[in-house]
Ligand binder design. Sequence first.
Ligand code: MLT
Length: 390
Amino acid sequence: MKLNKNFDNLKQSYLFVEIAKRVESYKAANPGADVIRLGIGDVTRPLTPTVIDALHKASAEMGTPEGFRGYSPDSAGYTWLREAIASCYEQSGVNVTPDEVQVNDGAKSDLGNFFDVLGSVNVLVPDPVYPAYVDTNIIFGNAISYVSGNEENGFLPMPSDISGTRPDVIYICSPNNPTGAVYDKTRLTEWVNYALDNDALILFDAAYAEFIAEPSLPKSIFEIDGARKCAVEFGTLSKMAGFTGTRCGWTVIPDELEYDGAKLGKMWYRRQSVKFNGVPYIIQRAAEAVMSAQGLREARELIGYYRENAKTITSALDRAGIKYTGGANSPYVWLKCGRPSWDYFDYLLTEKNIVGTPGAGFGSGGEGWFRVTAFGTHENTVKAAERIVS
Ligand code: MLT
């Protein structure tokens, strides 16, 4: 038997696993330390009342002969959920049909699994970037090239920054993880035009879209003319509605999106029906509840809570004169730590008892920078912000 040798090219452990290990070993040695975790972007607020009601109701249904559901009729999700997601797009002026929406267990799976339909490709990823993009492509053995996000371009790399191989696939994450930077319509249009001109496919990660406060900034790539012919969008309830442990997201593949003469939506649907049996009924009902008018109001309150945390952190950094990006339209604050970022990680952990994420963990372009999330509690965020600048 032969193993997938591409695994030899992965770092020994995934970034957030490595951080968790380091934090656990510090805590074991210092059991009394009041360690505040602002590392992995995991939410801390509970699910909202409308979601909990829907979960209770759906669980009760599953306990009755009439309400019990087995396999969902379609791996792409119940029609009522796909309609609810499409209607949310419509409310923000983006035309997406329910048939173009395929429900999943969160954006991360599809962002990686999508390469099942693409085969061997040249992939372009921004540096720094969410490490799952790179690791998944290492596993597939794809050729990866990088486009630099840096202080000069505001961590928003543009097609003119590409050097080297013409990419087949381009990852864009906006608001960006880890830098919190957001593409405006003009810049995103440049990427769409580049993809159209070069026959490339954009994989647009919109996991943090609902954190955008500035109305002129695009939340969906489909706000850009031409994107329906060159982009797939990945959405999730993880961050906008606290579903990190509940798991529900979706992928939008426009009907007209074709590569090599094949419709990508159809291929993805075929792939999913082989490898995925759909999200549990109970969870799909909870997701549908998020999309209701009351559910969306509650989700916005939740986002407001984390926005206040971002403000707490950025205000402290402003006072201390520390440079940063993000925070205003994103749950991530990306600060310039002015030293190797793993050294800063160790310093913050051992001297200030704060866990963040070293920029270098997101790629070499993140060296000298450090990510702090706004997903903590208010109390911990206030304490952490004071400690960081003290
Ligand atoms: C992060 O901290 O970058 C995210 O929480 C990771 C994820 O969403 O998988």
